[in-house]
Design a protein around this ligand. Structure first.
Ligand code: ZN
Length: 335
């Protein structure tokens, strides 16, 4: 198999200032950091080389690895390091602004209190912004298979969090065997609290799950890979300009799409959808946002103007207010 295309340090697409809307902070954990923290806490990883954690053939394999990686983050200092290194790596990919998921469910399961995780993430994000110029906002991600009860309990915790930092609520993990109607109260309640909402759907499940979440009033669709299967839904998503946070590389890595060439990203864009490009879990898939831009540009012969337009979609699709969006456009135009 040929080596996957990566963006060189001086690649124009790496240097292009970018916005990312679909990236999980746990999915940015460096293998070396995971190994160090595992040793510090005496947690067995089950592999000799921590790099071997990041291999999978399905979403189930991936979620298993994700759980193992999450298990080494126990103290505020661990979460600080996670968020700080995420910013450092984002800067190297040209990312200037990121709306990033964190997944409390995985940590609460291991007895890590919410405040310990939050404290570390908040300080890591602040230091990451100071040192690396990456502005980060957080999306609380519920673990869908746990059901609506734990999801609503997390939302209750969200009430007291700093709204300058926590801007939205999302839902993640497999769609298999889950009736997405159950999350309708979560969307309604989150929006009542003034939080934006998004949900992973149409990834390893059908386009009908996207339809359910759109009907529930979702603000943004995560993945939405199956969107084009339903023409009426596609028309609505296009007409209402409901953004999609597409992660083509991730879809290929976990096997929901056969190859980048077979990914519907370009067709979704041609249909008029507001599609953005994202890395999802950059260290787990071994390429960052710049690599994702490079691979899509090469695979679909998209020139720089087209890639800039795709980047600009992410500014529009972000949850910044109009003043901040204008400021970001001006900043990017000047760089
Ligand atoms: Zn994701």
């Amino acid at each position: 198999m040929p080596e996957p295309l990566m963006a060189a340090p001086d690649s124009p697409l790496r240097l292009l200032p970018k916005v990312e809307l679909h990236c999980h902070v746990e999915g940015t954990a460096r293998a070396a950091t995971v190994a160090e923290l595992a040793a510090k806490h005496g947690i067995p990883l089950g592999v000799d080389d921590p790099d071997d954690l990041y291999t999978y053939e399905s979403l189930a394999d991936f979620l298993n690895a994700f759980g193992t990686v999450c298990s080494v983050f126990l103290e505020p200092a661990d979460f600080h390091r996670l968020a700080y290194e995420a910013a450092e790596d984002a800067a190297a990919a040209g990312t200037r602004y990121r709306e990033m998921f964190f997944s409390p469910g995985f940590h609460l399961d291991r007895g890590v209190p919410f405040h310990r995780m939050w404290e570390g993430l908040v300080s890591g994000i602040a230091d990451g912004e100071t040192d690396h110029g990456v502005r980060t906002r957080l999306i609380l991600d519920v673990d869908k298979p746990k059901g609506i009860g734990p999801a609503m309990a997390l939302l209750e915790v969200a009430r007291s969090l700093d709204r300058d930092l926590l801007i939205g609520v999302g839902g993640d993990s497999t769609e298999q065997g889950l009736d997405h109607h159950m999350f309708e109260p979560l969307i309604a309640e989150a929006q009542q609290l003034g939080l934006k909402t998004c949900f992973h759907c149409g990834e390893d499940g059908p386009a009908e799950n996207i339809a359910i979440m759109v009907e529930a009033g979702i603000d943004r669709i995560d993945h939405g890979t199956r969107l084009l299967d339903l023409p009426d839904l596609t028309k609505r998503v296009v007409d209402e300009r409901i953004p999609l946070t597409s992660c083509p590389g991730s879809n290929v890595e976990i096997g929901v799409v056969e190859s980048l060439e077979a990914h519907p990203f370009v067709d979704q864009r041609a249909a008029g959808a507001l599609v953005t490009l994202n890395s999802d879990d950059p260290t787990f898939f071994r390429y960052d946002l710049a690599d994702e831009y490079e691979r899509m540009s090469a695979t679909f012969d998209l020139d720089m103007a087209e890639m800039v337009a795709i980047r600009d979609n992410a500014i529009e699709a972000s949850w910044l207010d109009e003043t901040d969006k204008a400021a970001l456009r001006a900043e990017f135009a000047a760089s």
